[in-house]
Design a protein around this ligand. Structure first.
Ligand SMILES: [Zn+2]
Ligand SMILES: [Zn+2]
Length: 171
């Protein structure tokens, strides 16, 4: 493979964003911020794709257009401003030309940008990889993971809040 898969993930320990270029030979991932390391399970990375998430070992990943939404919005705004200016200058053809061009660029960009794999559980993004095993977004699966996360948070709060403060009492 000429260009490998690129992984963007949130560190499970310090929750900062990290990047990695995992291959089949990558034994472990390391967080550059807190130096946390965790093992990459064997045979999960194959031929530029993953069968499960390398960060949280979830098998549920979905395919999404890796389109930078801000860029899309920026293009539309620039197009609108430019066409308004052309309209103001009574340049009818130019006005519609600009509107048409911005719309066309948006469509072309959408077709050109590659798909990315996203993990339902931890939100890790896998770019430049093959998408054989995976399907598009499913609200059902998303909901399952959202509830799982909410439950976990509740459990954590209970475990943390229920513990009495550690004060050594000596008379
Ligand atoms: Zn970290
Ligand atoms: Zn994950």
């Amino acid at each position: 493979m000429i260009c490998g898969m690129k992984l963007a993930f949130r560190c499970p320990r310090c929750e900062k964003l990290g990047h990695a270029l995992p291959t089949a030979e990558t034994p472990q991932l390391t967080c550059v911020h807190c130096q946390a390391t965790w093992e990459v399970p064997q045979e999960v990375v194959e031929e530029n794709t993953v069968t499960e998430c390398l960060v949280c070992q979830s098998k549920d990943l979905f395919v999404r257009k890796d389109f930078p939404q801000r860029l899309g919005v920026l293009l539309v705004v620039i197009g609108l401003i430019a066409s308004c200016y052309a309209w103001y200058r009574h340049q009818l053809f130019l006005t519609f030309g600009i509107l048409f061009t911005t719309a066309a660029i948006d469509v072309i960009l959408y077709l050109l940008v590659p798909d990315a794999l996203v993990c339902y559980r931890c939100g890790a993004h896998y770019r430049r990889c093959k998408l054989r095993h995976h399907e598009g977004f499913s609200l059902e699966t998303h909901e399952r993971y959202r509830q799982e996360l909410a439950r976990q948070k509740q459990d954590n709060a209970r475990a943390g809040g229920g513990r009495p403060p550690q004060v050594s009492e000596t008379d």
